[in-house]
Design a protein around this ligand. Structure first.
Ligand SMILES: C[S@@+](CC[C@H](N)C(=O)[O-])C[C@H]1O[C@@H](n2cnc3c(N)ncnc32)[C@H](O)[C@@H]1O
Length: 300
């Protein structure tokens, strides 16, 4: 049975054209998963551009699933050692970076900022040189619903917080106040468009790639199959029935003591105690929920 998820189309827009490589690299910090899955033998992840799967493979046997066959084929090429390419997400962000010099964000200024490694200096530099009135107006305009409608189908917009520009600026500041820029690959990815150049790990053979819907795949697995699940933000844009089926399938497929990680661009709700969004150096997320599968609400 197929539940509703807009990710099935393999595109961000509402068009019916061919599926695309949407992500040339991932914007999810696998240090979260490294801590959450310590000691687990076999884990489940969403394949996307393959970055998380490759990191997890150094410690675990990994099943990496993607609903988009074009994205999965790209992940397979990366696992085989091919370099990262730009997907739709990188092209959209590249458009934003192209106007940055007009806002006073010169390359030299960004480089100085990215070389800092002391959070208090980072915040001071950010406020004095980068978070200007001109930047805020342009950034908030680019992230307004009317601008985003030109790129994204409506299910991808429905869950986004109001005043997305201000929300994302606050998430960026949260990151600069906590993590050293100098050692943050995601700061370089977002500000300079740097791609992931790390070669595949020696353990790449421990990764199995599967083209499937995560829900359908997990529903078909034996009980107790996985000690960890990292689900990217696949519920962003999906309907309530899809979410319910996903959590039921995760509970069924979970080994005792299994942990589940779920990200969202949405703002954090009442479950803030399990939310590690501030620890994720990619700085984008409102929610990085990390909790034992057994404590996840939902039907068994
Ligand atoms: C949810 S997206 C978000 C990108 C991600 N945050 C990153 O940084 O790479 C990642 C991938 O999830 C895949 N995906 C979305 N829904 C899925 C599902 N139900 N089952 C399997 N893969 C799914 C998409 O095709 C895409 O390649």
């Amino acid at each position: 049975m197929e539940s509703a998820t807009p990710w099935r189309s393999g595109r961000f827009d509402a068009g019916r054209g061919p599926r695309k490589v949407l992500f040339g690299r991932m914007y999810e910090d696998p240090q979260i998963e490294a801590r959450a899955f310590a000691g687990q033998a076999r884990v489940f992840c969403i394949a996307s551009a393959g970055c998380t799967a490759m990191k997890l493979a150094t410690q675990h046997e990994v099943v990496a699933v993607d609903i988009n066959p074009v994205q999965l084929a790209y992940a397979a090429r990366r696992l085989a050692g091919e370099p990262a390419i730009h997907g739709t997400a990188e092209r959209v962000m590249g458009f934003g970076r192209a106007v940055a010099p007009l806002l006073g964000w010169s390359r030299a200024r960004m480089q100085t900022f990215l070389d800092l490694d002391e959070p208090s200096l980072q915040i001071a530099y950010w406020r004095e040189h980068l978070d200007t009135r001109r930047f805020r107006a342009a950034f908030d305009g680019l992230l307004s619903v009317s601008a985003l409608r030109a790129i994204y189908a409506s299910p991808f917009l429905a869950f986004l917080p109001r005043h997305l520009g201000a929300v994302m600026r606050a998430r960026m500041e949260r990151c600069f106040a906590l993590h050293a820029n100098q050692t943050n690959p995601y700061a370089r990815a977002l500000f300079l468009g740097e791609m992931d150049r790390e070669p595949p790990p020696a353990e790449v053979g421990r990764i199995s790639l599967v083209n499937a819907d995560a829900v359908a795949y997990l529903e078909a697995q034996p009980t107790g199959s996985f000690g960890g699940f990292t689900l990217s933000n696949i519920l962003d844009g999906a309907d309530a029935e899809f979410a319910q089926r996903l959590f039921a399938a995760v509970k069924r497929a979970a080994a005792p003591g299994a942990v589940v990680v779920l990200r969202s661009f949405g703002e954090a709700g009442a479950d803030a105690a399990t939310n590690q969004a501030a620890q994720d150096r990619s700085m984008l997320w409102g929610v990085v929920d990390v909790r034992p599968v057994s404590s996840r609400p939902g039907e068994q």
